[in-house]
Design a protein around this ligand. Structure first.
Ligand code: AMP
Ligand code: MG
Length: 309
């Protein structure tokens, strides 16, 4: 007998085959980054050309969904999305920002890169500067680095005493939880790049004088601390992947896959939000009639002799 699937069953199946389900780190599950290949392409069976084509094909729907999110906010919908990008140097955070921003209307985006904190920022709680940079209702926010630096670089370099950074995991979870309750959809992406791939990308930067501005002698020192960073990342991913704000791991050795995966994750989250266009609070028929009448009135006015004016 033929079985007609209900929309609930279809939604369940879509969720199970989604990249969201595939790339998400389960809350509390141990994270072993060495066991996750950085050159894999989970969820995508094809090669580069097909990946690029599929990414391009997602653009129109992404843009349409972003417009709906923005429109919904004008009707009082408080929801907004925050893409958090973390990853080692050269993992492609900047490239991802460029790619994502290029797919949607930049007016609806709020993009913020986080560098070493300024003196003013250091005087505040570590969540102060990220709170200020949050997207407003209807916006898509993108963080290039984030509050996670405060348990990554800060932990690796011991920039604050251990008891201080240790309690930050719980502080982050509570902060994200409160925001999620207030309508923020978190899409936290760890761009997972391999040690050898980073070496090649750093060498490529050196080969191109027009890329030297991106090069920081300190990057080499940071590279030496790779194992410590991997441990710090594993701890952050493990302790801060929550139901309210899960982490997604995106293998990032292949740029085309990274772009596909981040676009795909955004698309799946925006589809799930399904923002409604607000209904206008005006009388469409009456206004239409008035605009139509303008032309008729103009004709009458033109027909009248000057003397009468
Ligand atoms: P880039 O993203 O290459 O422009 O580099 C930004 C630098 O800022 C990186 O070296 C980060 O580790 C550093 N940074 C970002 N946030 C923090 C923070 N909260 N504390 C210390 N350094 C940070
Ligand atoms: Mg850098």
């Amino acid at each position: 007998m033929e079985h007609h699937r209900t929309s609930g069953e279809e939604a369940k199946e879509a969720e199970e085959t989604s990249l969201r389900a595939l790339a998400r780190l389960r809350p509390g599950a141990p994270v072993d980054l060495a066991a996750i290949p950085s050159d894999a392409t989970p969820g995508f069976a094809g090669a580069k050309a097909a990946g690029r084509a599929e990414t391009a094909a997602m653009g129109a729907e992404l843009a349409a969904l972003q417009e709906r999110l923005y429109a919904a906010a004008t009707g009082g919908d408080r929801r907004r999305l925050l893409l958090v990008l973390q990853g080692m140097d050269t993992s492609g955070k900047g490239g991802t920002v460029k790619h994502v921003a290029g797919q949607v209307n930049p007016s609806g985006c709020r993009i913020q890169a986080f560098k070493a904190p300024t003196e003013e920022e250091r005087a505040q709680h570590f969540l102060w500067r990220v709170t200020r940079a949050l997207p407003k209702a209807g916006e898509i926010g993108v963080f290039d680095r984030s509050h996670y630096e405060d348990v990554l670089v800060v932990r690796v370099h011991g920039l604050v005493p251990e008891p201080v950074w240790t309690r930050r995991y719980d502080e982050i979870n509570a902060w994200e939880r409160a925001l999620a309750d207030d309508g923020v959809t978190f899409v936290k992406v760890f761009l997972h790049i391999g040690h050898e791939e980073q070496r090649e990308r750093l060498l490529a930067r050196l080969d191109k004088p027009h890329k030297h501005w991106k090069f920081d002698a300190g990057d080499i020192e940071e590279r030496r601390r790779w194992p410590e960073y991997q441990r710090a990342y594993a701890a952050a991913l493990e302790r801060c992947s929550t139901d309210a704000a899960p982490w997604y791991v995106v293998p990032a050795d292949r740029k085309w896959y990274r772009n596909w995966a981040v676009s795909r994750l955004l698309l799946e989250h925006l589809r799930a939000l399904d923002p409604p266009y607000p209904t206008g609070d005006f009388d469409v028929a009456a206004i239409r009639a008035r605009l139509r009448a303008e032309k008729a009135e103009a004709k009458v006015a033109k027909a009248k002799p000057q003397a009468q004016l």
